[in-house]
Write a protein that binds this ligand. Sequence first.
Ligand code: ZN
Length: 494
Amino acid sequence: MLLLNGEVPPKNNMKTTPIIGLEVHVELKTKSKMFCSCDANHFHVEPNTHTCPVCLGLPGALPVPNKKACEWCIKLGLALDCTINEETFFERKNYFYPDLAKSYQITQLQKPFAINGKLNIDGHEIRINRAHMEEDTGKSIHIDASTLLDFNRSGVPLVEIVSEPDIQSAQEAKKYLNKIQQVIRYIGISDADIEKGSMRCEPTINIKVEDETGVYYTPLAEIKNVASLTGVENAIDYEIKRQIDQYQSDKITKNSTNKTTRGWDADKNQTFLQREKEGSADYRYFPEPDIPPVIFSKDQIEEIKKTLPELPDAKIAKYKSYDLSDYDANLLAEDLSFSNAFDAIVQALIGKPEFNEFAKFTANLFSGAIRQKLNETQESFDISKLSGEYFSNLFKAVKNSEISSSVAKQVIVESYETAKDPVEIAKEKGLIQVSDTASLEQFAKEVIEANSKAVEDYRKNPLAIGFLVGQLMKVSKGSANPQLAKEILEKLLK
Ligand SMILES: [Zn+2]
């Protein structure tokens, strides 16, 4: 039996720890392919139109590495806290497959661009073994009994990021992937869309079993064809349970060194045996003779480093230093343009004593009204055009009780659309908060008259005052000061 959190309840004092590593492939969104000048875009394109002798693997064609792709691989390595190898070289990985016309893939084994990085997941450090540069293969399309080949994807730049097996649960694997995706999108080298296939992931899993007789490891399984983040989570959960079950029922597998490749069937929600995995020696790796070693100087690497934006972890730490909650900090850092727009606005009151309060006020508008507007309008709402001055005017008006926070939500989006000061908009619409007792009493009398049933309810249960306050807010079009409104209603009903 497997508990929901992925842990297995101890049986005969047996303790199990999942050991999970992830190989992530990311297609870079460079204009041209990795070793030729063909257009690298292969989505929704007529098959076999973005090809040339190099990416079709014709004899005598010579590959030339894409400089931009190499720089982006280094940039990703830097963002993942890796050490960058100044001198690297490409190698041939030999295997036969119909969508690999050359019968070898150009990749990196001994000297990847980036090594020994790390990524922090909720305080747990996941080590990154490497990020190396390679090329994608073509695509096999199976229709009925035939297979069609499309080489538009052949030679598209691909970075492979290999983690150490430090991940301990399916949930953690999902968070790791989310974060890799976030970092990649921050640095703008790929859309990293797992459903579309521009990011692909292969988990490797086995289980450390400790019981009174010793420590054992179940055979390592690599899982293929996982095509969504939820799929990754489900596949890992399934595989953890399957390996423990197998261990318990079949003691022969104890400390087996067999490695297997398993497929993921999303419909059945289970993995299935595909093949025994070959060791890396079977690929007969050797240095690519047609490409000289690639060298990036310290200065060049420094230049690439300067192009890194402030990364998600740094953003989150900064927001926490503004006294924002974990929730707000994570939400604001979710994507770079959202986060940059927030940063630009809070600049308006930087260094002022009320800065943290203003940041909290702005964060609330961002997570509510602004996020909602972005979701509704998708791309057409240019968040970078939000004005810091307008936000700070609105903040002061709310602080002085001129405008209620619910009116602030209404007018901020309109202010973007009309390029008018939100406080002016509130004035024009009569939404300035009413705190004078005479007007509020007038509203309260109207509400009491129109809601005799609710008044009765209130006499039985004082908590029912909430409904009457709500009605008063409605009558006043959101302009009443809610606290004062409540006090006046209570006074009149006594
Ligand atoms: Zn080509």
